[in-house]
Design a protein around this ligand. Structure first.
Ligand SMILES: [Zn+2]
Length: 327
């Protein structure tokens, strides 16, 4: 008999971590099952790949959970690894789906996003490439891996989602990585599900996008101040191991971005630079890797815009090209 693909671990009584495979880095996402009486709540879904679906079904089998016992599906944000299987899992389980409205908007928009925003990248100094080297639209890149449900309930900051049997999830809106990202505090257990907001080993992508919030890094840092005000005993991240001290990790991440921001400020004090030029110096990126270039540039822009809003940098535009200069 083939080995079961299920990989699960009981974190606490009635709280199970399920490892689901991803076809790209990071290669695993942790989703979580929480028991309340006979019912289960699923936090995040994994991507809609055959491997991930098989691992999820095997996990339910191993835990003796019939799919219809999963009555709630609460997502931290709309990204493909967190929400990609929400539509098929809702069909499978008949669970009610919860998501923040800003994430619903983005989940819906994902199917209509064109290829790379060449004009935006060009305005920040990114060299143009021929169409066959440009980034594909997400709908083509992800295809059926992204199958988002239309949520039944929209999450709001400070909402209390009762799970039954004395347990509830408190919603802590933590914009930054995405505008409607939410952490979820299981009470009375004091277990904090942090999605991508508070990863133990890496910092999530925070980028400045046209039509997005004007200060995403400022939002992200404010969300780290905010999360420190909640009382939690255990932190359950979407990637990497479970850990204990959310305040310490939040302070580390705030510090990490402060240092990165100062590194960039030093660069633009020497001469005015585009976001792309700063990205090349601040990140170890391969200039031929279009995805890396795009991600590093918009992440750099998030730092430069925060410097500008803090009054420490100036933004100038000449011949359609934006440059930043440090004060
Ligand atoms: Zn994410």
């Amino acid at each position: 008999m083939p080995a079961s693909p299920a990989k699960t671990r009981e974190v606490r009584d009635g709280i199970v971590q399920v490892y689901l495979p991803l076809p790209m880095k990071p290669t695993i996402i942790n989703v979580y099952l929480i028991r309340s009486g006979q019912a289960w709540t699923l936090i995040d879904t994994g991507m809609n790949t055959d491997d991930s679906a098989a691992a999820f079904r095997a996990a339910l089998d191993d835990l003796d959970i019939v799919p219809t016992a999963v009555t709630r599906l609460v997502a931290t944000h709309h990204h493909v690894d967190h929400y990609g299987s929400s539509a098929p899992y809702r069909s499978l389980t008949h669970a009610e789906v919860y998501l923040h409205p800003l994430e619903e908007e983005r989940a819906r928009a994902m199917g209509h996003i064109g290829g790379e925003n060449t004009a935006y990248l060009r305005s920040h100094g990114v060299p143009e490439v021929p169409p066959d080297r440009q980034l594909p639209p997400p709908s083509r890149f992800f295809g059926t891996w992204y199958s988002p449900a239309v949520p039944d309930h929209l999450l709001a900051d400070e909402d209390e989602v009762p799970l039954g049997d004395g347990r509830s999830l408190r919603v802590i809106w933590t914009p930054g990585h995405t505008p409607g990202h939410c952490c979820l505090l299981l009470e009375p257990d004091g277990v904090l599900f942090v999605g991508d907001h508070l990863l133990p080993k890496i910092t999530p992508h925070v980028g400045l996008w046209p039509n997005g919030p004007e200060n995403p890094l400022g939002d992200f840092l404010a969300s780290h101040e905010k999360i420190q005000r909640c009382e939690a005993r255990l932190v359950c991240p979407a990637h990497g191991p479970i850990y204990e001290d959310h305040r310490r990790r939040a302070r580390q991440l705030i510090d990490f971005h402060r240092v990165r921001k100062l590194t960039m400020l030093e660069l633009i004090r020497r001469r005015p630079m585009t976001g792309y030029e700063v990205a090349l110096e601040a990140f170890a990126i391969a200039p031929d890797d279009r995805f890396q270039v795009m991600a590093a540039t918009v992440e750099t822009l998030a730092h430069l815009e925060l410097l500008r809003l803090e009054g420490r940098a100036l933004r100038t535009e000449q011949d359609g090209v934006v440059r930043y200069r440090g004060k």
